[in-house]
Design a protein around this ligand. Sequence first.
Ligand SMILES: O=P(O)(O)OC[C@H]1O[C@@H](O)[C@H](O)[C@@H](O)[C@@H]1O
Length: 282
Amino acid sequence: MKWVLFGERPYWWVHDTRFYGTDPAPALKQFPITCETGPGSPSGHAMGSSGVWYVMITAVFSVAAERRFPPLLYRFLQVGLWMLLCTVELLVCMSRVYMAAHFPHQVISGVITGIMVAESFSRVQWIYGASLKKYFYTTLFLLSFAVGFYELLKALGVDLLWTLEKAQKWCVRAEWVHMDSTPFASLLRNMGTLFGLGLGLHSPLYTENKNSSIPFRVGCITVSLLLLQILDGMTFSSRDQAMFYVLSFSKSAAALFIPTALVPGGLSWIFPGSGAAKLKFS
Ligand SMILES: O=P(O)(O)OC[C@H]1O[C@@H](O)[C@H](O)[C@@H](O)[C@@H]1O
């Protein structure tokens, strides 16, 4: 959608537009995270956060319904969690607009699209039992589609990197322009995530794990968070672009493989448990 909607961002638009005529353009303050290099429509932050929060909240509702919560408590939970989602989204959207990375309509469409994506995928059942082959082919399809679409539009004279030029031109500090905020870099990270999830769920470390006790789960969460924190600190230079994309893909794949397979598998090997049920990914 970012590639086809050609959304401008306020921090460069105010300088390029003829809207103000001979009047001076408004002075928009820029921050270290203002200088996004991709198109603005719809907002990726608003879309990502609304999608993730929607999934978490509706999952809590399903658990509450399964456990037959009393109607009053259920209603209370519903109102509370919906209000929490609205507050989070309001904060995300206001901050994106405040730092001049987005116009209001872009964050609103981002929130709506995120919820639509989450809702549609919650109805697609095959993804819960997808084979490793499916993960692999889906990743390959997304990559070929993105590269093919990019090349096709380039052949038609449309330069999808038009936004990078604007960011470089109008960002007040060159070091605030990051290559990893381009849609292609994001897509590669998402593909890495998808592939890492497939690898994790089909790894013997995950499938042969039999321990599901509470201390084991808490241990898994703690160790995973520590390792993910270390992984998050790894950054790569974008001078060699091919290497940059390969490393970004691998980092995202590792970010999913670590908590789904490596940590549970490693901990159950160190502390063999007696629980019979498998630790389920949910
Ligand atoms: O469109 P927005 O809100 O500026 O978000 C862009 C961001 O969207 C995210 O989805 C990407 O992972 C980031 O790399 C990118 O910077």
